[in-house]
Design a protein around this ligand. Structure first.
Ligand code: ZN
Ligand code: ZN
Length: 583
């Protein structure tokens, strides 16, 4: 099916191409050079149309512009989409390099999804939380890409449009969902401190003239009032028939295709998640049953299988580090993982690009655990950091609960996922085939899917092999499986909150607080929760398929290196390119 799709595309572009198609090396190269120019032009236009997005990616030419989300702007976006799609048609996929082939597909997907979002999803009508200016101003205040004075001047100009921005928002909003309305009120009011506190402090310490300072403070007052008005307007909104937060089957299926860009559709992934949940429960029962006496001695075994599993998991979770040692424990594991990956010949890791482990910077504080900070597309020489959160200042009870969750077993899986050979390793490879398009539009399902894939791959290779490790891994993996089931069930199958919480706490062994948080997230987002499991499943299935086809000649290390060499492209396109190469 995919093949047909691809050849149709190629065919369409052949007919629209005004040159005769040559297949010799010179014209291929020529086509690639043209396409490189096209991409540059495309990104210029993209940033012109989306100044806020540009700033967030480290492109600061349009920092002073706040776009007013009115009808005229919507028309501009539709226009952009159709003009750029026309331009794309001039290129024939078959004449492009692999890197450009995937860039082409990703640009095309973005352009088509612009129209889909405006004409079909219409979240600008039902999601009032989409209108919020504070975070873009906060980013400019905290950024150190330019002097404070230059940033403040841009902030000053950008503030001019805030009242008009919220007026346009009010015009767009029709029957918003209750959940997004509440979120919009809370987040907009929460963001006021950016203008009332942070901006004031920055202006105070700047070298701007007295007049300039006063002008900014005056605009800040006007901005705060516009935000407060918007929140008050939402609070009083006569919303008799609010839209449901559930997206509905038809839109969900389409949004899944656009956002995930998988070879599987939403329904196929849902069915796979359902059957994997069952499979994991069976495997977990075997392990927990075996481990019962080690952890619970002669205590009578509960009749219910899931209860039995949970009791064993709870006992194993007591093996954890202390708040003091949390960071050093994570740091210690990085070189261990690197050495293991090398010894087992799983994938080459470039030693010249070491991961910089650091204490989580203050502005990120609050999210404990670990995360990767990669340099943006316009900051190529920046370091890649592994941010490790600190538990200092946490209450004893909170720290204990957190450490049980990130116990000695799960903490290692977290390091595999975030660092080696997960996100960090993928990043090193993607930087070797640099693409501005993939830096901006990188496929989330591929990126998360790779990290989730490596967890299983590492355990399969024998990493810290034990029944406990596998049981805890399955518990961890159930999270991504159940995220997918939850997301699909809530948005297309009317799953109730009670059923949702039950799924997460009883079947995925989550704490109540985590389950409540997840429920909230699924009422506010759509599809994104599926990206982890979908990407993982697609990579894993592809690997198994190749193993079968290649038999003894299959080489795991080559598979990993080849797979990552295409950068953060959707798995279905990587798969296509790898398969073509084989033939
Ligand atoms: Zn404890
Ligand atoms: Zn991740």
């Amino acid at each position: 099916m995919k093949k047909t799709f691809l050849s149709l595309l190629v065919l369409a572009s052949l007919y629209s191409c005004n040159k005769t198609v040559k297949t010799d090396a010179v014209s291929e190269e020529f086509s690639d050079i043209h396409f490189e120019n096209y991409k540059e032009h495309f990104v210029d236009e993209l940033w012109k149309l989306n100044p806020g997005w540009a700033s967030s990616q480290g492109y600061h030419k349009y920092d002073s512009v706040l776009v007013i989300p009115d009808d005229a702007y919507e028309q501009k976006q539709l226009q952009f989409s159709s003009v750029q799609l026309d331009s794309l048609k001039k290129y024939s996929l078959e004449n492009l390099s692999d890197n450009n082939k995937t860039d082409y597909q990703m640009i095309k997907n973005l352009l088509e999804s612009i129209t889909f979002n405006i004409k079909e999803v219409k979240s600008d009508e039902w999601d009032p939380s989409g209108y919020n200016v504070s975070s873009s101003f906060a980013e400019m205040l905290n950024g150190n890409y330019d002097s404070l004075e230059v940033r403040l001047k841009n902030i000053s100009l950008k503030m001019d449009n805030i009242p008009a921005y919220y007026e346009a928002a009010k015009k767009n909003i029709k029957n918003p969902t209750v959940e997004h309305t509440q979120l919009a009120i809370a987040q907009n009011l929460g963001g006021i401190s950016v203008f009332e506190t942070d901006l004031m402090a920055a202006v105070e310490k700047s070298k701007l003239s007295k007049e300039e300072k006063e002008a900014i403070l005056g605009k800040a007052k006007t901005s705060v009032k516009a935000i407060q008005d918007y929140a008050a307007w939402l609070q009083k909104l006569d919303n008799k028939t609010p839209r449901s937060f559930r997206l509905g089957k038809e839109l969900y299926a389409k949004k899944f295709d656009f956002d995930i860009q998988s070879g599987y559709n939403a329904e196929q992934i849902y069915q796979k998640a359902i059957s994997q949940k069952k499979e994991l429960h069976d495997k977990m029962f075997v392990l927990a049953d075996k481990l019962w006496s080690k952890y619970l001695g002669n205590a009578p075994k509960p009749a219910d299988k899931l209860t039995l599993i949970k009791q064993v998991i709870d006992k194993i979770s007591l093996q954890h580090t202390t708040p003091d040692k949390f960071q050093s424990e994570i740091e210690k594991q990085i070189p261990e993982l690197t050495a293991y990956v090398k010894a087992k010949d799983l994938i080459y890791i470039d030693p010249s690009k070491p991961l910089v482990v650091r204490k989580e910077p203050d502005y990120m504080a609050g999210v404990a655990g670990a995360s990767i900070s990669a340099p943006g597309p316009y900051d190529k020489n920046g370091n890649t950091y592994y941010n490790v959160g600190s538990l200092s200042g946490w209450s004893a009870a909170d720290a204990e609960s957190y450490l049980r969750e990130y116990n000695n077993y799960i903490l290692q899986i977290l390091n595999i996922h975030e660092a080696i050979p997960g996100h960090y390793t993928q990043l090193v490879y993607s930087n070797q085939s640099p693409s501005i398009i993939k830096a901006i539009l990188g496929n989330g399902a591929m990126i998360e899917g790779w990290a989730v894939y490596t967890e299983r791959m590492m355990l399969e290779s024998g990493y810290k092999n034990s029944d406990e490790m596998w049981l805890m891994y399955y518990k961890w993996n159930l999270r991504t499986i159940c995220n997918t089931i939850l997301d699909n069930s809530v948005h297309t199958r009317n799953m109730s909150k009670e059923e949702g919480i039950n799924l997460l706490t009883k079947e995925a062994f989550q704490q109540d607080a985590e389950a409540e948080g997840k429920w909230k997230r699924v009422t506010l987002s759509q599809v994104q929760l599926c990206s982890y499991f979908t990407g993982y499943t697609e990579i894993y299935d592809f690997r198994e398929q190749l193993k079968k086809q290649q038999g003894k000649s299959f080489n795991l290390k080559h598979f990993h290196e080849k797979f990552l060499s295409y950068g953060s492209a959707p798995v279905k396109y990587i798969k296509e390119l790898m398969q073509n190469e084989k033939m």
